[in-house]
Write a protein of this length. Structure first.
Length: 206
């Protein structure tokens, strides 16, 4: 990502920060240690943004901007932005779909105010879940990976505006993006970096 930002002329921009992914040796309430670490990595970045009362765009370290991103900008009303994801359970109804492989996520201050406490609550074994939100075969002893947690959060808070805007993916093709409209609207851009492996412990069920 350092090279990607440098190529776009954004090297040294004060709004960009890099974070080393949290590595957990135990799964905790998750299926695998990797999912646990991924969850806590996202939570740490989001908590810092909320403490600063700043909206934030969270990118994974192998994220690549798409060529058309230069012409795209999220609505000022957007609270939750999916700027890139791998799969959706229903491509015709993204707002209701289970989203997997979300590698570019944006959150407004209004969303962070509710999201950070929500994610923290998932780390508590005593937390109960609304049966209308989770699947009927959900195991209450296991927490969803971060993708699933974001889906649950959206279902708990339908009043927050979600937007799907194709800003980035994992493609190796070069993107010639010199003027990113979305970047000018984002006070904070945070990259979750993991030199050992991609920071992806993905949703298998929601």
């Amino acid at each position: 990502m350092e090279r990607e930002f440098a190529r776009l002329g954004m090297s040294g921009d004060a709004r960009i920060g890099f974070y080393t992914a949290t590595k957990e040796t135990r799964p905790g309430l998750f299926h695998r240690p990797g999912a646990h670490g991924c969850f806590r990595s996202h939570l740490a970045v989001l908590s810092e943004a909320w403490a600063a009362r700043s909206s934030v765009l969270v990118l994974e370290d192998d994220c690549r901007f798409r060529p058309e991103a230069r012409w795209l900008a999220p609505s000022p009303e957007t609270d939750i932005l999916y700027g890139g994801y791998a799969q959706a359970s229903d491509a015709d109804d993204l707002l209701s779909a289970d989203i997997q492989g979300s590698h570019c996520m944006g959150f407004s201050v209004a969303a962070l105010e509710k999201l950070v406490p929500f994610l923290n609550s998932l780390l508590q074994r005593s937390t109960k879940f609304d049966s209308r939100i989770v699947r009927s075969d959900f195991d209450p002893a296991i927490r969803p990976p971060i993708d699933g947690a974001y889906v649950w959060f959206r279902r708990y808070h339908p009043e927050l505006v979600t937007e799907f805007l194709p800003l980035a993916d994992y493609r190796d093709s070069a993107s010639d993006v010199a003027d990113l409209k979305w970047f000018d609207r984002t006070p904070g851009v945070r990259v979750l970096a993991n030199s050992a492996r991609r920071l992806r412990e993905r949703l298998t069920s929601v």
